[in-house]
Write a protein that binds this ligand. Structure first.
Ligand SMILES: CCCCC/C=C\C/C=C\C/C=C\C/C=C\CCCC(=O)SCCNC(=O)CCNC(=O)[C@H](O)C(C)(C)COP(=O)(O)OP(=O)(O)OC[C@H]1O[C@@H](n2cnc3c(N)ncnc32)[C@H](O)[C@@H]1OP(=O)(O)O
Length: 202
């Protein structure tokens, strides 16, 4: 993994710099889906946005952001599709960990995450659960998703959802993790995953 030569103060400064930009892009995505303004306003917005994008591309990485680690051991995965600080596609998830190892996250999924009308896209449910279960199974070492099985019990309404997960067993490089996605009325998706530390990283 690449090294990021930043101390905690600089990391905090960068987060404060990028978070509002990413939030603004998230708002833009939502507005793009839901706007009903006149055609000429759409064309004007398109021109302005093209200019903004060109400005941001004045200097940039040649590839994806990747994961970097600071001298303090903090992982920076700012392009990550689930949690990336600089990724407007990320909901973004914030994961909390209880003393007993349960990982959980509450997040609001708006119009950008729609699948069936008014409901969260099944792949987005999978994204949320993969990440929460993956972090749970990686509590004692980095593991990748080997197999993820989901049971969609009913549609997950757009809005605030809650994901949680627990490690059921650890067998060397393999961890079995179970979790759920819920709305206010209860569980909508059940998940079980096998997370594996790749042999090549042992
Ligand atoms: C902010 C997060 C960003 C990251 C930050 C970085 C660090 C932070 C630290 C920790 C957090 C890290 C991650 C967790 C976070 C989020 C979760 C999201 C995870 C993903 O988004 S991740 C992308 C999708 N994921 C892949 O891209 C995997 C592609 N794949 C492979 O990389 C290999 O395929 C691998 C590693 C799966 C196995 O490779 P391998 O060579 O090590 O396996 P090997 O053959 O040695 O088998 C050993 C034993 O596992 C069994 N086994 C093998 N494969 C299996 C499978 N697929 N299903 C079920 N069982 C399987 C065998 O049957 C054997 O079982 P047995 O020992 O009993 O015989």
């Amino acid at each position: 993994m690449d090294f990021a030569d930043v101390d905690r103060d600089e990391l905090e400064r960068l987060k404060l710099l990028y978070r509002p930009l990413t939030d603004a892009v998230r708002e833009l995505v939502d507005a793009t889906i839901r706007t009903e303004v006149d055609d000429d306003v759409i064309r004007e917005a398109h021109t302005e946005l093209t200019d903004v994008t060109a400005t941001l591309r004045d200097a940039g990485l040649s590839g994806p952001f990747g994961t970097k680690v600071t001298g303090d051991g903090i992982s920076i995965a700012w392009g990550n599709a689930a949690v990336g600080t600089r990724n407007a596609i990320a909901p973004p998830l914030t994961i909390e960990v209880d003393d007993d190892g349960r990982h959980h996250s509450t997040v609001t999924l708006g119009a950008a995450y729609e699948g069936p009308p008014g409901l969260v896209h099944g792949g987005v449910c999978a994204l949320v659960l993969d990440h929460v279960l993956g972090m749970t199974g990686s509590a004692d070492g980095r593991r990748l998703t080997g197999t993820l099985t989901l049971k969609y019990l009913r549609g997950t309404p757009l809005g605030t959802v809650h994901a949680e997960a627990r490690t059921i067993s650890v067998d060397g490089r393999k961890a079995t993790v179970r979790g759920t996605l819920s709305d206010a009325d209860g569980v909508t998706v059940e998940a079980e995953g096998l997370f594996i530390t790749p042999a090549s990283r042992n």
